[in-house]
Design a protein around this ligand. Structure first.
Ligand SMILES: [Ca+2]
Ligand SMILES: [Ca+2]
Length: 438
């Protein structure tokens, strides 16, 4: 009788594992073959041989490319070399890549760059009571007086953290102590770009500083590195390393403020065998995180494996790729940085990084048509590449089209596609990169 119970239990466990393995193979598109879709004017980019996992293009056409990712379970052809950030100027007739110098004081030997995001500081001045040693700030627009913390920039006037905005003038911002004393009330108009704070004046910066944020995995840990881009010198100045217990197994980030970003966590576990188990059992324990110096919180969860993340052109929506669930989540960004789900777009391929076409607002997705070939790499039967375009993202029926697909004969393991006025860059996890005109 005892033996029968053991046998029955064993049978049940094996059946469960078998069922999970079959489902896992389906989620990985293990039996899918790629239907090729060619683009006529493409060539491989010289100098990018060891991956180009993420690509972010500035509005002026300068593209940043993260290269040399070492990631558990993924192939890597240059395991001894540290990762690099490359720059490519898409305004040039025949653009070439150039590795960016990184300032001293940053551990370049363990640099293992993954997802990236640029942020242009358009002269925002952040006033926080904490940093100024005050308990709050007041803004006076005639009457009434509004109390709160906000930020002001040249494009958008004054924006409070609760999401409300003020464009009227005159605007006066001053600490509580000054409000109490009418004599200290000073007036400055917004167009003068000056804020009144206590007895000091702060003139807002109007230069457009470019920051590059990079997900880094030094020694297989996760950090976010903040760099300042020096365009003339073609270099990156390392400003800070951001670490947090929730910033674990980070895949990609999208930076939306001088110190504010969303990040995706792609696995709950960090041990590779537990990661495999997590994927096979489809635990859905991964999430999207909001980070700011003052607050770090999970803002969306339940993803099989949250991967690429980006923002809509109007900055109202966040797009998140769930690679194992083969879909893209469209989320609404709230005033307190929380995210609420608007819709999920199912794609039938394993979606990696996402970018937005600056001309149309369409989503471009770098995808893995058959991820089993990534996990079990065979140079004779390599993983392929696939780029999808999602049009009318917010409509009832978004239009999905394949821009490029290859069985691995040209490009293996595409992870990102990024466009700039008729030019397309396709990057890969560990392989080469493609430059196309369309
Ligand atoms: Ca990215
Ligand atoms: Ca990714």
């Amino acid at each position: 009788m005892g033996k029968l119970v053991v046998l029955t239990l064993l049978g049940a466990v094996l059946a469960l594992i078998g069922e999970r393995l079959v489902a896992f193979r389906q989620r990985m598109n293990a039996s899918r073959a790629v239907e090729p879709v060619d683009l006529p004017n493409c060539h491989l980019i010289e100098g990018l041989e060891n991956g180009s996992e993420d690509i972010d293009i500035l509005p002026n056409g300068l593209a940043f490319i993260s290269s040399g990712l070492k990631y558990p379970g993924m192939p890597n052809f240059a395991s001894d070399e540290p990762g690099q950030i490359f720059l490519m100027d898409l305004n040039e007739q025949n653009p070439r890549v150039q590795a960016l110098n990184i300032s001293d004081g940053f551990d370049k030997a363990s640099f293992n760059p993954h997802g990236i995001s640029t942020f242009i500081d358009k002269g925002t001045m952040r006033i926080s009571s904490a940093s100024q040693g005050l308990d709050s700030l007041y803004c006076m627009v005639g009457n009434p007086i509004k109390k709160g913390i906000g930020e002001m920039n040249t494009d958008q006037g004054l924006k409070w953290d609760d999401g409300t905005r003020l464009f009227q003038t005159p605007v006066l911002i001053l600490p509580r102590t000054s409000v109490k004393s009418e004599n200290s009330v000073l007036r400055k108009q917004i167009p003068t770009l000056s804020l009144v704070h206590s007895s000091s004046y702060f003139t807002m910066k109007t230069d457009h500083t470019v920051y590059l944020y990079v997900v880094n995995h030094p020694h297989m840990k996760s950090t976010v590195e903040k760099f300042k881009f020096e365009e003339q010198q073609r270099s990156l100045v390392h400003l800070k390393t951001i670490k947090h217990e929730l910033l674990t197994s980070v895949n990609d980030i999208v930076v939306l403020g001088p110190e504010q970003f969303y990040a995706t966590r792609d696995h709950y576990f960090t041990n590779f065998f537990l990661v495999l188990l997590e994927m096979i059992m489809d635990l859905r324990w991964t999430y999207v995180l909001f980070y700011s110096p003052k607050e770090v919180k999970v803002v969306a969860k339940g993803f099989s494996s949250a991967n690429g993340i980006t923002v809509s052109l109007d900055k109202k929506y966040i797009y998140v790729a769930d690679v194992l669930a083969q879909n893209v989540h469209v989320l609404n960004k709230r005033g307190n940085w929380d995210l609420t789900q608007v819709k999920v777009i199912q794609l039938g391929t394993l979606v990696d990084n996402l970018t937005v076409d600056p001309d149309t607002g369409d989503i471009l997705a770098g995808c893995h048509p058959n991820a089993m070939k990534l996990l079990i790499y065979n140079p004779e039967d390599p993983p392929g590449s696939e780029v999808l375009r999602i049009q009318d993202v917010l409509s009832e029926a978004p239009k999905i089209s394949t821009k490029y697909a290859n069985n691995g004969s040209v490009l293996q393991g595409s992870s990102v596609a990024s466009v700039y006025h008729g030019k397309l860059l396709i990057g890969t996890v560990f392989h080469k990169a493609l430059y196309c005109l369309f």
